[in-house]
Design a protein around this ligand. Structure first.
Ligand SMILES: Nc1ncnc2c1ncn2[C@@H]1O[C@H](COP(=O)(O)OP(=O)(O)O)[C@@H](O)[C@H]1O
Ligand SMILES: [Mg+2]
Length: 249
């Protein structure tokens, strides 16, 4: 068995008066692709954002990329630890969040240049390799607002990969896209999976999850309802939330 990149124990998160997560356990091994699925409001985003402490949690612990996170961390006092986690954990959001004032190449070069302090030529070479990988090399000098949603999301994936993350977290990367642009983004994610990139992907694309994920976790009402091989969950769901996924492929 390969080593754990993520080890979450009894994670609980309160948002306002609500428990968004209750006693969630999650382990991810190096090279594993885990799909998190379930109804809207079930806590999927809160869980992903807890992994790099973008959303602080109130109970339990997270070990990720060799660092330990626990309740009560302070952005100021624990800045070094949080920075270390965030540089090793890549994040891709539903709405891309590219830097609007930088072209695609600039977006991908930004973190290696300013967070890692890499030399400009090395950053550019790395960025060009990644843009080629996501099929955007010919758009390197384009600004985000001139691109389609699918192109923007592929640029955002290249930007996250530029830090060579130990794990990549993708939160509904295709939910904001027109239907005809979904496949070009899923193809990039499938290619990363085949190359052994460790990933957690929150998605409603069940056919994709069945094909690409090693494990599927059904999260609803802030709790893990069930987990297993995607084909097993989708064929023989044991929970009500799992059953509601069937037929969505
Ligand atoms: N900032 C917030 N304040 C209070 N409640 C929130 C906040 N953000 C999310 N929630 C609630 O927490 C629950 C989980 O939300 P979320 O993690 O976004 O679910 P999902 O990503 O599965 O749709 C939902 O009930 C949502 O309404
Ligand atoms: Mg969400």
């Amino acid at each position: 068995m390969s080593e754990l990149v993520v080890d979450v124990r009894r994670l609980s998160t309160r948002l306002g008066a609500r428990m968004a997560l209750r006693d969630v356990d999650l382990q991810v091994r190096r090279g594993e692709v885990v799909a998190i699925v379930g109804p809207s409001g079930g806590g999927k985003t809160t869980l992903l954002r807890g992994l790099n402490y973008l959303t602080p949690f109130h109970g339990g612990s997270v070990e990720i990329a060799g660092q330990r996170l626990e309740p009560g961390l302070s952005e100021r006092r624990d800045a070094a630890r949080l920075r270390e986690v965030r540089r090793r954990v890549g994040m891709v959001f539903q709405h891309f969040h590219l830097f609007p004032h930088l072209d695609v190449l600039g977006n991908v070069m930004e973190a290696p240049r300013h967070v890692l302090g890499m030399d400009v030529d090395a950053c550019r070479r790395r960025a060009e390799t990644l843009l080629n990988r996501v099929g955007l090399l010919s758009h390197a000098r384009a600004y985000p607002q001139t691109l389609s949603g699918g192109q923007q999301q592929r640029a955002a994936i290249a930007r996250a990969l530029a830090m060579e993350p130990e794990i990549l977290l993708l939160d509904e990367p295709t939910s904001a896209l027109d239907p005809q642009l979904v496949d070009e983004v899923l193809a990039v994610v499938a290619d990363l999976a085949a190359a052994g990139q460790t990933m957690i992907i929150v998605t409603h694309e069940m056919r994709f999850a069945r094909r690409v994920a090693h494990r599927m976790i059904v999260l609803a009402e802030g709790q893990v309802q069930e987990q297993g091989a995607p084909s097993e969950v989708l064929t023989n769901p044991r929970s009500a939330a799992g059953r509601s996924l069937v037929g969505r492929e």
